[in-house]
Design a protein around this ligand. Sequence first.
Ligand code: AMP
Length: 396
Amino acid sequence: MKVLVINAGSSSLKYQLIETDSELVITKGIVEKIGGEAEFSFTNKNGEKVKSKISAKNHTEALKVVIDSLLDKTNNFISSLKEIDAIGHRVVHGGEEFFKSVLIDDKVIKSIEKYSELAPLHNPPNLQGILACKEILPSTKQVAVFDTAFHQTMPESSYMYALPYELYQKYGIRRYGFHGTSHRYVTMKAAEFLGIKIEDFNAISCHLGNGSSIAAIKGGKSVDTSMGFTPLEGVVMGTRSGSIDPAIIFFLMEKENLSPKEINDLLNKKSGLLGLSGISNDLRDIFAKKDEDKRAKIAIEVLVKSIRRYIGAYMVELGRVDAIIFTAGIGENEWHIRENCVMGLEEYGIILDKEKNQNTRAKLSDLSMKGSKTKILLVPTNEELMIALETKWIVG
Ligand code: AMP
């Protein structure tokens, strides 16, 4: 089956055309700067990147360019639109309503619109992607795959905040969790790799990228996660603070005379690794300076400690942990971070093969020593493939 995976952002439209049986990416690309003069890049049939300037005032125009490129005879990705069996959309927020992926109809569209209140930066563009597909490919089945859905199995004790209960009833203030598609994918892959049935599999899944979240997986299901009502909570991220004392917000608003929007920007865009180091949100830039720059060193240490806090908490929550999984940009590539996150846990049956860890990147591997009760795994994530597979399972 050929599935077109769409990830629509506010000014971008990312896509992959995936053959789900072979799990092969036929082509992928992105339209950026949607709104006027836009940029389009995609991989041609030789795997080379082709870039061009295009005009795309909105997501529908951007999608038209993508479709033309799919149909273009020189690449021969598809010869007719009928070859696209289904479209899978990344949708960030599905509220409490969506605990799995769904076929998109008018009711689902209304719900996605409703949850824009909870994800104002993400759901509206996700919806624009859906509407563009409806317009251009009206008879193709479309599926919504929600970032929040995987975490809908969390018990109340994990998702409720100790705020007045009425606020949960009135506004839906609770932990939702994000990166669900990634956590689900790496959990599935890890269980398969270890030969453990998914319903028996307990793990701590560490998705560490520019945005990061950690999830506690019990019997293959999410029972707790570090991101909360929004993606701001949890571990230190590229530009997000992660969890802080909420009183800091009121203190700063008063002292710096900040509006709610300004404090929101400060915590989401100017904090985390960038704010601490003053160098960059990219860990590679910070590593490059860690020996001479005190703030770079502190940023790395605070990052590691924030991850270890969740690993410790989830070890207690799960009791038995079959695997600690590392994934995403940092988790897949930075051996130093992985080593520091699991260092000194031998007493708990978590023993890293340091040499193997140092020499491995971006490849599904067991990084633990033979006797390690809890395996330490590197599992490359693939959210697009997971969306394509979910889409295939839904449309049959
Ligand atoms: P992501 O959001 O998953 O793309 O992850 C981005 C983060 O991964 C950045 O902080 C990068 O510094 C970090 N990273 C480290 N090494 C690499 C690498 N070789 N390729 C991509 N990202 C990397």
